[in-house]
Design a protein around this ligand. Structure first.
Ligand SMILES: [Zn+2]
Length: 70
């Protein structure tokens, strides 16, 4: 996905990712999870097979964010 242009203002976008501060504030890459959130005693029930790391593209002009979970 190189050379993306912003759908809002047609300027160039740069690739990045969202930081998820989880247990003990250890930074990790934000993830997308299939379905609706299910609460459990420890927070949320998650299944590894249903998770995808989020790739976030940011417009260098207007700041618009576009997320992908390949
Ligand atoms: Zn833009």
């Amino acid at each position: 996905m190189a050379g993306k242009t912003c759908p809002k203002c047609a300027r160039s976008m740069e690739e990045g990712y969202t930081i998820d501060a989880g247990d003990y504030s250890m930074p990790s890459v934000g993830v997308w999870h299939r379905g609706k959130p299910e609460k459990s005693f420890w927070g949320l029930k998650t299944r590894k097979a249903d998770k995808r790391e989020i790739v976030a593209w940011r417009c260098t002009s207007c700041g618009f964010l576009e997320h992908y979970a390949p």
